[in-house]
Design a binder for this molecule. Structure first.
Ligand SMILES: Nc1nc2c(ncn2[C@@H]2O[C@H](COP(=O)(O)OP(=O)(O)OP(=O)(O)O)[C@@H](O)[C@H]2O)c(=O)[nH]1
Ligand SMILES: [Mg+2]
Length: 445
């Protein structure tokens, strides 16, 4: 067990008043501190009702004490949880008593960091603890809970094991090349299987990252096409100013929208047109900058607009492969229904009356790959995608090198691919990476 030698304490419940407040203490002095505050050391893993007192024997509260003897605890060390009445004065008093008895304040995420350092969980599990706490979406929370339970880690570790087996086969083929005729079939097959598994995992991880981070949706189109009206419809709130004056919106207005469990950030933008107005020009600059970093475009075109040509910005976004959903708006102004059956990337709506909104939302969900994202088996982060992409590129390269008769180079490629996977689980890691990950946690976790 890795123990940092000192004992940490923090309030684990959210600040403010609550029915119950929890103080957590972890480290070698935990049993001593427990005895000072409780008058005795509770039997491990048994909820015990005790008076809580400070070191001057002043009663602070009565509550439940739970003692976990290391290594059978969250952190892998001796750990005490005190459940008191959740008043700020009580919790401050308990924390001060813990400090007086020898604990020091815990840094953000330090309990989970200790759990990682003591081998209770790996890095992927630790990161998903933070995601589970942060996320507002039920789907993402469930996927984060599966990652906490180790689903993502198991998938990564099993690929890494297969990779190492292949590496050993290749090494053997080098060592014994002159003695036996090397069987290339099984090696090629192992390369094929691994690439297949890695690409499946990358697909799942990309979906998991999207579920975790949500998607940015930009609403663009010519002035007065009804973009701001559409934003208000999508968020079911009167957020953006709507007038019949072209050029009403200047700033980018961003609103969170929950689309059947998928977290969207929808951005309303200034209408695309040539203008001499410096304020509007700045609005257009911001709109164009947004186009470079969004995931999906809603291109709004008013059916009564004489100019139906697609703005250059939208055409350029299509060129770059950005998914575009064309929203033909103001359908209520048409005397008859549109004759054409729209393709799947076009919908007819009236943002004013709300007609066609459900169709638009379904089309948006489909275009975003919403089903796959919502079904993601676990949550992931950009760092995981980057590592999986690196592992995948190394594996592809190694297969080519092996086919070219350079198994030594292929072995080096497999070593680097394995290193990338071990960076994910934390089997291989650096101080900087750990500092970066755990500093984002809340205190007490
Ligand atoms: N009849 C009808 N009018 C609409 C519809 N959608 C928007 N409008 C009207 O069109 C005008 C412009 O609407 P906005 O939502 O402000 O348009 P915009 O695209 O945000 O305009 P800018 O911010 O100037 O670029 C307003 O008078 C709206 O009431 C619609 O579906 N039907
Ligand atoms: Mg507007």
């Amino acid at each position: 067990m890795v123990s940092s030698g000192d004992t940490i304490a923090a309030i684990a419940t959210a600040p403010g008043r609550g029915a119950v407040g929890i103080l957590r203490i972890s480290g070698p002095a935990t049993a001593h501190i427990a005895t000072r505050i409780l008058g005795c050391l509770p039997t491990p893993r048994v909820a015990t009702l005790r008076p809580f007192s400070d070191l001057n024997h002043r009663l602070l509260d009565h509550g439940i004490a739970l003692f976990f003897a290391g290594p059978a605890s969250y952190t892998g060390e001796d750990l005490l949880e005190l459940q008191a009445h959740g008043g700020p004065a009580i919790m401050r008093g308990l924390l001060a008593a813990a400090y007086d008895a020898g604990a020091r304040p815990a840094r953000p995420g330090e309990f989970t960091q200790r759990a990682f350092l003591n081998g209770k969980i790996d890095l992927l599990q630790a990161e998903s603890v933070a995601t589970l706490i942060e996320t507002a979406s039920a789907q993402a929370a469930s996927a984060a809970a599966r990652a906490c339970a180790g689903d993502f880690s198991t998938a990564v570790t099993s690929i890494n094991d297969a990779l190492k087996t292949l590496w050993a086969m290749l090494e053997a083929s080098i060592d014994f090349a002159e003695e036996t005729s090397v069987q290339t079939g099984p090696i090629e097959q192992a390369f094929g299987n691994l690439r297949h598994q890695l690409s499946d995992l990358l697909r799942d991880a990309r979906a998991g990252a999207r579920l975790n981070q949500g998607l940015d949706v930009a609403i663009v189109g010519r002035p007065n096409s009804g973009k701001s009206t559409l934003l208000n419809r999508l968020c079911r709130d009167d957020r953006a100013i709507v007038t019949d004056i072209p050029g009403t919106t200047r700033d980018v207005l961003s609103v969170d929208v929950d689309l059947s469990g998928l977290a969207l950030r929808v951005h309303d933008t200034a209408g695309l047109r040539e203008t001499a107005d410096p304020i509007e020009q700045e609005g257009l600059r911001r709109a164009r900058a947004l186009l470079k970093r969004c995931d999906i475009l809603l291109y709004v075109v008013a059916l009564d607009d004489a100019d139906q040509t697609e703005p250059a910005e939208v055409a350029a976004a299509r060129e770059l492969g950005l998914p575009v959903l064309t929203v033909a708006n103001k359908r209520d102004l048409l005397a008859t229904q549109p004759a054409e059956t729209p393709p799947k990337d076009k919908v007819f709506i009236s943002a004013l009356t709300g007609e066609g909104l459900a169709t638009l939302e379904q089309a948006l969900l489909d275009l975003a790959g919403g089903r796959e994202i919502l079904d993601a088996p676990f949550v992931a982060r950009a760092r995981h995608i980057e590592a999986l992409e690196r592992a995948s590129a190394q594996l592809t390269q190694a297969q080519l090198e092996n086919a070219d008769g350079a198994p030594e180079l292929a072995c080096e490629g497999l070593r680097l691919a394995s290193r990338a996977l071990e960076e994910m689980t934390g089997a291989y890691t650096t101080e900087d990476l750990l500092g970066d990950i755990f500093s984002r946690f809340c205190i007490g976790k």
